[in-house]
Design a binder for this molecule. Structure first.
Ligand SMILES: CC(=O)Oc1ccc2c(C)cc(=O)oc2c1
Length: 277
């Protein structure tokens, strides 16, 4: 692992690293915020999954979450949103597919299947690395925004026992039924729509064996609300399965990090409680 930068913030430290990833067969960059408590004890971790076009840096620079995380004694790990450094057909042509748009799935269609294994990376490889090298416990929570909200929800639903809590900001709730999801899943998973269901929150809710309560914030002035995000589909799936959902529709808020920064403290407190802080 190569340390790229180390910055003191809110009494803790924000560090960025580059490392060689086996899951994506190439270098990946991630950031970790270590609260002041990590100087004398191991602390639990919240994984933050960012959305389309983002990198490990968006949460650090725009969410404003480190003051509360420092107060709570919570580490935050922020991975990148896709593998980098390849040049597959279509990889750099649009904001919603390829580079910066890994969708937190394991691609099965060539050439993306060679390296686009963001699910394995964020669920297994990165936590193993983080727990080996930093003063953190194996108590984990997961959250994210938009494409990353979808990622957080599927990672939790597909891995009972792995996370203590899950939350999301404006998540893509039903990717098999919206344009962003249909485009990404076709490119990464192929034409068999049945295979897509293993990566769709609304489908996974029906068969979830663990019933972690979901906390979701959604801005009502979000331009992507009706066509892409579909919170009502999540509401219906949760209602049908008897899965606890706190869906907060926030009046006037859009899809930006201004929205995230307005409610990030609530999510951090939600995770801290579940993590026993
Ligand atoms: C920094 C920032 O604003 O990030 C951002 C902007 C737009 C989007 C969209 C449209 C989708 C998504 O998944 O993430 C995302 C993130």
């Amino acid at each position: 692992m190569e340390l790229l930068s180390s910055t003191k913030v809110s009494g803790g430290w924000l560090k960025r690293y580059r490392h060689e990833s086996l899951s994506v067969k190439g270098d990946m960059v991630f950031a970790i915020f270590l609260p002041p408590q990590a100087e004398s004890a191991s602390v639990p971790v919240m994984y933050w999954l960012s959305g389309l076009t983002c990198t490990d840096e968006n949460f650090s620079q725009k969410a404003g979450g480190f003051k509360k995380a420092a107060e709570l004694g919570l580490a935050i790990v922020m991975p990148d949103t896709s593998p980098r450094g390849t040049d597959y057909p279509g990889e750099h042509e649009s904001y919603d597919f390829g580079s910066g748009a890994g969708f937190y799935v394991n691609a099965t269609v060539a050439p993306y299947s060679n390296t686009y294994h963001m699910y394995d990376y964020v669920v297994k490889e990165l936590p193993t690395l983080v727990e080996e090298h930093f003063p953190v416990t194996d108590k984990r929570s997961i959250s994210g925004h938009s494409m990353g909200g979808h990622g957080a929800l599927i990672c939790a639903l597909k891995n009972p026992g792995r996370y203590q809590s899950v939350s999301a900001f404006a998540p893509i709730t039903n990717p098999t039924q919206c344009p962003w999801g249909e485009k990404a899943f076709t490119g990464y998973l192929g034409d068999d729509r049945e295979a897509w269901k293993a990566w769709d929150t609304c489908e996974l809710i029906a068969t979830a064996t663990e019933r972690l309560p979901l906390l979701v914030d959604q801005g009502e002035a979000d331009n992507f609300l009706e066509e892409q995000l579909k919170p009502e589909a999540l509401e219906q799936a949760c209602e049908k399965a008897g899965h606890e959902l706190t869906l907060r529709r926030q009046s006037g808020y859009d899809h930006s990090y201004f929205f995230i920064s307005s409610f990030v403290d609530d999510h951090l407190v939600h995770h801290a409680k579940a993590l026993g802080l």
